[in-house]
Ligand binder design. Structure first.
Ligand code: AMP
Ligand code: ZN
Length: 469
């Protein structure tokens, strides 16, 4: 018996699929204007675990993950600029090139974490017609209105708007301090936006209301219902999606189909850096690339994430990642083994599964794994446990880390100082000197840099405090 904490009812519920033995699972995917950070991947790692547990229990899971390549504005409340168009300007590339480039990186990262391949990857720009049709259904119910900049959802028409975040609409309105423009309520949100005169958008489409582009939330209602129906089993995302994005997906579905879209809504808590949510906009993030550059593997990061329950905030630090690396080393002999027979009657394995069936409680499940490690049944039990957790590969060894001398460190520090004072002559001299000693210095965004020797990273200040290296 699987129990899941359903954000919709704010309670732990026994999971019962809508159709026997089948689960429709939709997960909100990345906005591909930049590289994803490891906070984003914490959410995908938890969703991979949900799917693996469901499959282990015998369900056939249809897993749909969307790619947002249009309509997500810099402010989730429909203000600001389209992240994609802004990203393209920053990089001097077309929006389509940016989308392709970051989607490629994202999928490579996904695979390096050994996350199960979704049944469907769907990109918002490939489903413009479907989005228009959902907006038309909302319109024909009278739950939308037009302003000079687009078509908006009228949240006052939706009787239980905000039900999932536990807020009553009048409370949301009382607390709102947003620029309303022509919106009737601050909670109303764009379904379709007309193209502005300037700057000219690269992505725009004709529609029954005029040339423009879809709002961010409509893509998820349109694509999830296309593949999974108007009411499906499971919908996931990070906790930040509860008050706006998922609240609005539900409202749209109530307008268009008369359903709340999904039966169970499941949200992963944040990965934080020093007590703050890891995010692009705050500028405090680490990517999987940095993790690998620092000599860790993607799998070690996955193992780090599994130490915490998905509904608890998790603080990232290099020290904790190091501990995860060391603990995973102990499990290397059990990895990648062929499981000829699954020891389903083993009491330890049963206990392990009971914890995973209690809202995917990985810390308790891992405690059982460590208890088994010195027992005679470890040889058959631990490979089975690792397989269920998705720790399956015998992955490459961590990179060799070359120690560097304190003189070289000092030279790096002086070079940064020279750059800070715009003393380019001195900073170039120090760089040339480092090069003559066999080092390669690549600047990423100042003051971050990567120092390599013989192709191996020896020091990188990218994304973390220099003092921790
Ligand atoms: P985005 O690309 O911003 O749409 O985010 C992709 C996914 O990552 C969404 O499900 C977000 O809710 C989730 N997410 C964003 N930041 C974090 C974080 N710091 N920790 C965990 N999940 C996050
Ligand atoms: Zn979504």
């Amino acid at each position: 018996m699987l129990k899941i904490y359903n954000t919709y009812s704010r309670s732990l519920e026994i999971f019962q699929s809508i159709k026997p033995d089948q689960v429709g699972f939709y997960a909100c995917g990345p906005t591909v204007y930049d590289e994803a950070h490891i906070g984003n991947f914490r959410t995908y790692i938890s969703q991979d675990l949900f799917r693996r547990v469901l499959e282990h229990l015998g369900y056939v899971v249809t897993h749909v993950v969307n790619i947002t390549d249009v309509g997500h504005l810099t402010d989730d409340e429909d203000q600001g600029e389209d992240k994609m168009e802004k990203g393209a300007r920053r990089l001097g590339k077309s929006v389509w090139e940016v989308s392709k480039e970051y989607l490629d990186i994202f999928q490579k990262d996904w695979r390096s974490l050994d996350l199960l391949e979704p049944t469907v990857w769907c990109k918002a720009t490939d489903y413009i017609q479907e989005q228009i049709e959902v907006i038309q259904a909302i319109e024909s119910k009278g739950w939308s209105y037009q302003t000079k900049d687009g078509i908006y959802f009228d949240t006052q028409k939706c009787p239980d708007y905000g039900i999932m975040s536990g807020l009553k609409i009048k409370d949301i309105l009382a607390g709102a301090r947003v620029d309303m423009g022509e919106k009737r309520s601050s909670t109303d949100f764009a379904l379709w936006k007309f193209s502005p005169e300037s700057p000219k958008r690269q992505m725009e489409w004709p529609s029954p209301w005029g040339v423009g582009f879809p709002g961010w939330h409509i893509e998820c209602t349109a694509m999830s219902s296309k593949y999974l129906g108007h009411y499906f089993d499971l919908h996931g995302g990070g906790q930040d999606h509860i008050p706006i994005h998922h609240t609005n997906e539900i409202a749209q579905s109530q307008g268009a189909f008369g359903t709340s879209l999904a039966k169970y809504w499941i949200h992963t808590c944040f990965l934080n850096l020093k007590n703050e949510k890891m995010s692009k906009s705050l500028g405090n993030f680490v990517t999987l690339r940095t993790i690998k550059d620092k000599g860790f593997t993607a799998q070690e990061f996955k193992w780090f994430c599994l130490q915490a329950h998905y509904r608890k905030e998790l603080i990232f630090s290099w020290e904790s990642l190091k501990s995860s690396q060391i603990s995973l080393q102990r499990l290397k002999p059990f990895m990648g083994q062929d499981l000829k027979e699954y020891p389903k009657d083993d009491p330890d394995l049963k206990e392990f599964m009971q914890h995973l069936c209690e809202d995917f409680h990985t810390p308790k499940a891992l405690a059982v794994l460590w208890k088994v490690i010195d027992k005679p049944n470890a040889q058959i039990c631990i490979p089975a446990m690792l397989k269920i957790l998705g720790i399956t590969q015998k992955t490459s060894h961590s990179q060799k880390v070359i120690e560097m001398s304190s003189e070289i460190k000092e030279q790096c520090r002086l070079r940064l100082e020279a750059k800070l004072h715009k003393n380019w002559k001195e900073s170039d001299r120090l760089r040339d000197d480092l090069m003559s000693q066999g080092y390669e210095v690549s600047d990423t965004t100042f003051p971050h840099f990567i120092l390599k020797k013989e192709g191996t990273i020896v020091w990188s200040t990218e994304g973390y405090d220099q003092s921790s290296s």
